[in-house]
Structure formats: structure tokens, C-alpha cells
Design a binder for this molecule. Sequence first.
Ligand code: F3S
Length: 64
Amino acid sequence: MKVKVNRKTCIGCGICPALAPEVFYMDKENIACVKDDSHYIEHEKSITESILSCPVNAISLDEK
Ligand code: F3S
């Protein structure tokens, strides 16, 4: 599984890096990004919380 953030949809609310700081960070443009070294299995719970909490549904899972 790969976590993805749709850069066009993210409004920079900052919820996902607050819920899962091991996985998400905000870039210079205040858009959420996924850390390269983050692993879905290790952070499954906080990633799921982030997906459910994102107000614009910008976070998705890629089954790879
Ligand atoms: Fe953006 Fe949603 Fe995270 S709006 S900052 S992807 S919770």
C-alpha cells in the first residue's frame, strides 16, 4: 500500500501531519506530502485516521 496526497485537492489544513507526523509533512507551499521512508503497515491506524479526517478527501491509498 502506498499513501498519496492529491496536491490539487489539499487545502493545507494541517490535520494529517498532526495525526500522523511520521508519515505526512507540509511542504513550502503548505501542501501535505508523504515522507519517502514512511511505511503503511507501521502507521496504518494514524493513516486511516488522517484519511477519514481530511476535510477534502485528498488522501488516498494506492494498492501497490
Ligand atoms: Fe491537506 Fe487533507 Fe492533509 S487538506 S493537509 S491532505 S488533512
